[in-house]
Design a protein around this ligand. Sequence first.
Ligand code: 2HG
Ligand code: ZN
Length: 447
Amino acid sequence: MLSDLRAIVGDDHVFDGRGSSHVDDWTGRFRGHTDVVVRPGSTDEVREVLRVVRAHGRVVVAQGGNTGLVGGGVPLSGEVVMSLTRLNHVGVPDVAARQIEVGAGATVEAVQQAAAAVGLRYPVDFGSRGSATIGGTIATNAGGVNVLRYGSTRAQVVGLEAVLADGSIVSTMAGLMKDNTGYDLRGLMCGSEGTLGIITKAVLRLVPAHEHRETVMVGCASVDDALDVVTMVCGASESIDAAELMTRRGVDLVAEVVGAHRPFEAEWYLLIESSTSREADGTLARLLERRDPVAVADSPGRREALWRLRDEHTSSIATLGVPLKYDVTVPLRSMSDFVSDARTAVSAFDPEAEVIVFGHAADGNLHVNVIGANLEDHRGFDAAVLGAVSRFGGSISAEHGIGVAKREWLHLSRSADEIAVMRAIKRALDPDGVLNPNVLLPADGSN
Ligand code: 2HG
Ligand code: ZN
């Protein structure tokens, strides 16, 4: 197999993955192993690599920047890793159509930069922008801090090319705004976690750059108090990009780990940002002037400092050990009760464990990080947090995906009929189970 693969992609792009960064996930929780990492350089090479891998009875995990948080992109069972990072072409934006064509291996940041160079913006944004690739973000339907205004990655994908397990190619690269010709194959690939096809290219929607921003941090007494602020500003302004919620403990930790400055002390922190193409006129600050405490970013440096307190949450939490991550959505009206129920359930299971919550307030999307946990016992924590999600009618994954971390809990968010449909789709597109066979759907026989 190795010599066949080398003949396709060249000697430099096939190697033994043991000890490489391709086998562990970013959190350090999911550690895999593989004897083969292969890096195809074109769609044709992806196809050929798949043919060879199949001929040798092996299966494949597609990998982008390997910044996923649910173990969906690492070879936990010794799968061949197909790294798509060489497909990093970034096209010239089409300014009239507000679109850009990119390879699956281009980073989110590279796309953001290409868009900014022509006065446009790629609106998907999150902390790992420098490493996360477009293919990976489509495969996980990644969210980020601007979903409130622009939607998740799925809402940006106006064209897609993917290679299916049998080598056939699904391609809708014309970037048509309207195309009502049957099943939405492009949409099906978004959030499919590498189980239905290998994404090779995409056409992405861009939005106006809106470079005049207002950024304000507000101290809140409770989750409900923060939600009242979100409801008020979103009702009064159409320009809100982000409304990020943090706790005292989270902000204190970031301040300590990265040496950042807290503008004030509060039980809860809400970071709100708006952007327009007109000169900023202080609308956001005016809406929030009655709040106390409040900090208005009056310079780009100040803005960066406030965002740092939010952006550095994931890396600062990682300094405490390997966390269990729960990326959940609950109905907005239940956010406050969910937070207290989840905290209570976690400490009932393990009084030593620490819970740090943060997230995207307007989306009802909370990141519940459990630290100090004995990872062997993760099922008890899973049941505590995901059980609370289920009681409030929420979803066990808002933006990170199911991966291996949540596959046994899929039934909490999807009915048996829905899981059966998902299995039927998987069988139709990948009957031999060659593509990422160990993620997303519960293991055969369960659920
Ligand atoms: C974020 O919102 C990411 O920063 C990561 O979705 C969340 O680390 C996490 O739990
Ligand atoms: Zn997030």
